[in-house]
Design a protein around this ligand. Structure first.
Ligand SMILES: CC(=O)N[C@H]1[C@@H](OP(=O)(O)OP(=O)(O)OC[C@H]2O[C@@H](n3ccc(=O)[nH]c3=O)[C@H](O)[C@@H]2O)O[C@H](CO)[C@@H](O)[C@@H]1O[C@H](C)C(=O)N[C@@H](C)C(=O)N[C@H](CCC(=O)O)C(=O)O
Ligand SMILES: Nc1ncnc2c1ncn2[C@@H]1O[C@H](COP(=O)(O)OP(=O)(O)OP(=O)(O)O)[C@@H](O)[C@H]1O
Ligand SMILES: N[C@H](CCC[C@H](N)C(=O)O)C(=O)O
Ligand SMILES: [Mg+2]
Length: 534
């Protein structure tokens, strides 16, 4: 990514928002201040045709940002970028390359700021909703998309399961794209008529300034539990990264639809022109932190805790869940096709977002009721077999806890769980995931998730200490065989939970991305067992 082109723009225009230390107008000339006056500016008249942070994506006339990373350093690829036609480089230290160079304190920051200008600040023209939290982001963004779409808006959706706008879709490399890619994508969505966008905002993205310059109107916090300690090192730093989304939420809510071609302006929602809002899960132990971090007024939601948007009298069934939702000034009944208490929490988050945007609560409830499911999230595989098979994306201790509590409540017989842990990711969550599976399952089949560059057997050895006595443990490193084993063990009334990979259609082994889909494998195996209902 990073190659979608906006209209060519003057370099000095792009630099207007950026803090520049100094420049080298050409090659190895002496460093000099960036002159203010247009005539005296060595970059006057210089046009930029595109932006890139990966040298391999540079095309003639591009501005290349040298980003220091964890694996390598973009400064090492400056010559490569210039060889491909880069017109200038943005650097944190000068490089020995014959090209104009602009030195800045942080290339990632400058990149986000330049991308916003280059792509015409698309988020400034949309109602922007950002969702952060350890679990529930993908689900909640889908629910918010449904609520806003039912209002007649054209809603862009950006996240783990892909990026889409109506029938149009774009593949996702990341849950939250790099700043350049994100601004380009938002611009493309705005160009296709999007007047709202709802996106997942990962902690990596917040830490790496991928959403710097995105003008959020509503920021949602789902929950905070252990994940990504390989990257953030402590839960506190992980939490602080998530806090950034709320700290920067200042100003007035926008998102009024633009006048249509007939010149009429569709109805504005009641809160347009009011303050932006933070939407916080009051049930989460970290709610206080996020409330304090928020620069915008807060709307709380919850099931157990006191909250402005409160779920009560809820019932979970295999088909879905029902609940009364109390909101300031009224109450409405929710009938969801998603099951599990955790999905009630996600639905209340989405409800609060709709309410904050001034949407009629009855309309919010109706829209939520239309969502049939999210790919790879508690997705049922039903070929008529006398036991349940569920594919779910739970890949954290808390995700597994939530999904297995629901599974236990729904299963008439045993719960058989197939799971592993991703390689090159938080190692400390592995035994904890094992412990949750042991506590809530009758049979645990420990297998591989995405091993990446780690030895699958070593990952399994990290998981096994968490598996207590009392659970029947099988180890089968080959995920396909592990799924087959689980299905062969299942008796009528049992529930087989295949956890960790959800919607993924690949398995990452070493550097290879191999085709692999839990749902497809489960279906093939069930067919092999003689079940064939489509
Ligand atoms: C840990 C992490 O997030 N790393 C991201 C980060 O990498 P980095 O800063 O370490 O970069 P690097 O690989 O050292 O490279 C440095 C620079 O050299 C450039 N380069 C490199 C090679 C070359 O030939 N030419 C060149 O120009 C690279 O493009 C980069 O700009 O910046 C890169 C460019 O945007 C990302 O691709 C990369 O994502 C890696 C692949 C990744 O796996 N990220 C995951 C953990 C992630 O971001 N996950 C979250 C979801 C988490 C969740 O919610 O569960 C997400 O939002 O997707
Ligand atoms: N509110 C919730 N609380 C706890 N667990 C949840 C919640 N919602 C979903 N889950 C569990 O977490 C899994 C991932 O859910 P979802 O994809 O919505 O989260 P996410 O935050 O987008 O994850 P990722 O960080 O990988 O993008 C689900 O498959 C389910 O097992
Ligand atoms: N967004 C999560 C996805 C994990 C999915 C799981 N299948 C794995 O590979 O660990 C992450 O980057 O940690
Ligand atoms: Mg997600």
């Amino acid at each position: 990514m990073g190659v979608r082109r906006g209209a060519p723009l003057e370099l000095i225009h792009l630099l207007a928002d950026i803090e520049v230390c100094d420049i080298r107008p050409s090659g190895n000339s002496a460093a000099a201040p960036l002159a203010g006056a247009a005539g005296g500016n060595p970059f006057f008249g210089q046009k930029i045709s595109g932006l890139a942070y990966d040298s391999r994506r540079v095309q003639p006339g591009f501005l290349f940002f040298c980003v220091p990373g964890q694996k390598t350093d973009g400064h090492r690829f400056a010559a490569d970028a210039v060889g491909r036609g880069a017109a200038a480089l943005v650097v944190e230290r000068y490089v020995d390359v014959d090209a104009p160079q602009i030195r800045v304190p942080s290339t990632r920051k400058s990149m986000a700021q330049a991308a916003r200008v280059f792509y015409g600040n698309p988020s400034g023209r949309m109602l922007m909703v950002g969702v952060t939290g350890t679990n529930g982001k993908t689900t909640t963004t889908h629910l918010v998309e449904a609520i806003l779409t039912a209002q007649g808006r054209r809603v862009g959706l950006i996240g783990t399961n892909g990026n889409r706008l109506g029938d149009k879709s774009w593949p996702a490399e990341h849950t939250t794209p790099e700043s350049l890619d994100l601004q380009a994508l938002l611009a493309e969505m705005a160009g296709e008529g999007a007047d709202a966008a709802v996106m997942e905002v990962s902690s990596h993205a917040l830490d790496q300034l991928r959403v710097l310059g995105v003008d959020f109107d509503l920021a949602l916090f789902t929950n905070l539990t252990q994940d990504h300690l390989d990257y953030h090192e402590t839960l506190e730093r992980y939490r602080d990264a998530k806090g950034i989304l709320f700290r920067e939420l200042t100003g007035v809510m926008k998102g009024a639809k633009e006048a249509n071609s007939s010149g009429a302006t569709p109805e504005a929602t009641p809160l347009q022109g009011g303050p932006k809002r933070a939407i916080i899960n009051a049930d989460d132990p970290n709610a206080g932190f996020f409330i304090a971090a928020s620069a915008a007024p807060v709307i709380t939601y919850g099931i157990d805790a006191d909250a402005m948007i409160k779920g009560r009298d809820w019932t979970v069934t295999p088909q879905g869940l029902t609940c009364d939702v109390l909101y300031p000034g009224g109450e409405v009944r929710l009938n969801l096709q998603l099951t599990g208490r955790f999905n009630l929490s996600n639905a209340l988050a989405a409800f609060a977002a709709g309410w904050a945007a001034g949407i009629d609560p009855e309309a919010i409830a109706a829209a939520l009721g239309t969502v049939t499911g999210v790919a790879g999230r508690f997705e049922r595989i039903d070929l008529g077999q006398p036991f349940s098979v569920i594919v779910d994306y739970a890949h954290t201790p808390d995700g597994l806890e939530n999904v297995l509590v629901t599974a236990r409540a729904l299963a008439q017989g045993r719960v058989i769980t197939v799971f592993g842990c991703g390689g090159d990711r938080d190692r400390t969550k592995r035994p904890k995931m094992g412990a949750v599976v042991a506590r809530l399952s009758d049979v645990a089949i420990v297998t591989s998730d995405n091993p990446r560059t780690e030895d699958p057997q070593r990952i399994i050895e990290d998981i096994l200490p968490g598996l207590a006595d009392g659970v029947d443990v099988h180890v089968e490193p080959d995920r396909s065989s592990a799924i087959a084993l689980a299905l062969s063990l299942a008796q009528p009334g049992d529930l087989v939970m295949i956890a960790g990979k959800g919607h993924e259609t690949y398995q990452i082994v070493g550097a290879k991305v191999l085709p692999f889909d839990d749902r497809q494998i489960a279906r093939e195996r069930l067919r092999g067992m003689g079940y064939d209902r489509r």
